[in-house]
Design a protein around this ligand. Structure first.
Ligand code: TMP
Length: 210
């Protein structure tokens, strides 16, 4: 695989979407080919699945919904991520398997290892070269969503306990995969978060242009 697969993770309102757009601009200016994509979604069928999963009327995350989520992951990986990596792109993916470990594994209580095992068919040994965890207290993240009036989805509307568990789940995963996941302080100005993220990305890039 010639490219680099970098995933961005964090609780709601952690700013990964905003920061990822800035990262694309800077990396592009430095001559890198970058593909910015997201999960659930990224390709047509997976975006349709995203709409079903995040629909506010769909109140339960049952086994069927979970299966759809992982099927969407497989499709996105095969159709978009792997071809881009083969062509030497830096692929920045807003959420990937760690979201499942934190949201389904911990917050929904399905178990980190169990969810990882369920994902094996979807990821087929493809794991990120680096994962940036956007670390912000879950309450501050939820506050940011309110202030920015970002459109809420079904999961945003979960009780505060759920978001607390997501956050704690992420902290557990950070420890479990400490060689791959790096924490970025997301509770600072966007420019500073971008710079911290870039520092980490630079460590795994081939040249030192940026
Ligand atoms: P976002 O893209 O706006 O962050 O919203 C995606 C939502 O989907 C977010 O609440 C996390 C949730 N999600 C899971 O529960 N499991 C997953 O595996 C992924 C990728 C996302």
């Amino acid at each position: 695989m010639k490219g680099k697969f970098i995933t961005l993770e964090g609780p709601e309102g952690s700013g990964k979407t905003t920061v990822s757009k800035e990262l694309v601009k800077i990396l592009n200016e430095s001559g890198y080919k970058v593909l910015l994509t997201r999960e659930p979604g990224g390709v047509d069928i997976a975006e349709q699945i995203r709409n079903v999963i995040l629909d506010k009327k769909n109140t339960k995350m049952d086994a069927r919904t979970e299966a759809l989520l992982y099927a969407a992951r497989r499709q996105h990986l095969v159709e978009k991520v792997l071809p881009a990596l083969k062509e030497g792109y830096i692929v920045l993916c807003d959420r990937f398997v760690d979201s499942s470990l934190a949201y389904q594994g911990v917050a929904r209580n399905l178990g980190i290892d169990e969810v990882y095992n369920m994902n094996l068919f979807a990821i087929n040994d493809v794991m990120p070269d680096k994962t940036l965890f956007f670390d912000i207290d879950y309450k501050k993240g939820l506050e940011r969503i309110k202030v920015n009036q970002r459109e809420t989805n079904r999961l945003d509307l979960e009780k505060s306990d759920f978001h607390k568990n997501v956050y704690e789940g992420y902290l557990t995963i950070c420890k479990q995969y400490s060689d791959r996941i790096v924490k970025i302080n997301a509770d600072q100005k966007v420019e500073d978060v971008v710079q911290d993220a870039l520092k980490e990305i630079k460590k795994i890039l081939w040249s030192k242009i940026i």
